[in-house]
Design a protein around this ligand. Structure first.
Ligand SMILES: [Zn+2]
Length: 191
């Protein structure tokens, strides 16, 4: 539908899927929500459909995203949370008026106060970030081992030893790099 824009990375944790809309922060950064319309698309994919989004609302979303990234990174390395990031997360959480609703099938759906309320959707994302940073959920915040990525992700693996934010991108690239390095060292064993 929106050819030419970078794909979204899908994850099962809302807050870190959201921070993943900017990737390769320490390399050639890829912005996956470059326009208000792409934010609308991302929210729809994540169960937070809105009808419209202004440039100012996209600005709020990106500010929240980078604040979650900063706070989650600090939490992952057990550093003090940056006060400005905490403030933004709390402001977005307080401003949102989304309601959790239960479907007859027993699933949770978010109901936004109006279809134009990007702020409601951001409130849901901010609350999700709070729950993982506060350590309320089963899992551990960690940083991606890829030097160009270093994204904060939520490790829910049994052993809590996940190394990459995303197996299909950072994980694969790292594996390939190691494979090529080994081939270079032992050219004959590569056959
Ligand atoms: Zn990564």
């Amino acid at each position: 539908m929106h050819a030419g824009f970078p794909d979204f990375r899908l994850g099962n944790v809302l807050a870190t899927s959201f921070t993943g809309t900017l990737s390769e922060r320490h390399g050639n950064a890829v912005e996956r929500i470059p326009t208000p319309h792409r934010l609308i698309d991302w929210l729809a994919v994540n169960g937070l459909a809105v009808d419209s989004c202004t440039t100012a609302q996209l600005g709020l979303a990106r500010e929240l995203r980078e604040s979650i990234h900063a706070a989650a990174t600090a939490a992952a390395i057990q550093d003090a949370l940056p006060a400005s990031a905490v403030q933004v997360i709390n402001d977005r959480s307080a401003q949102g008026r989304a309601a959790a609703t239960l479907t007859p099938e027993g699933q949770r759906r978010w109901r936004l106060s109006s279809a134009s309320c990007v702020e409601d959707a951001l409130g849901v994302i901010a609350a999700d970030a709070i729950s993982i940073i506060a350590g309320e959920r089963d899992g551990k915040l960690a940083l991606c081992a890829s030097p160009t990525c270093q994204a904060a992700f939520f490790d829910t693996s049994q052993s809590r030893t996940r190394k990459w934010c995303d197996m299909n991108t950072c994980g694969n690239r790292q594996k390939k790099a190691r494979f090529n390095a080994n081939q270079h060292k032992n050219p004959r064993s590569a056959e």
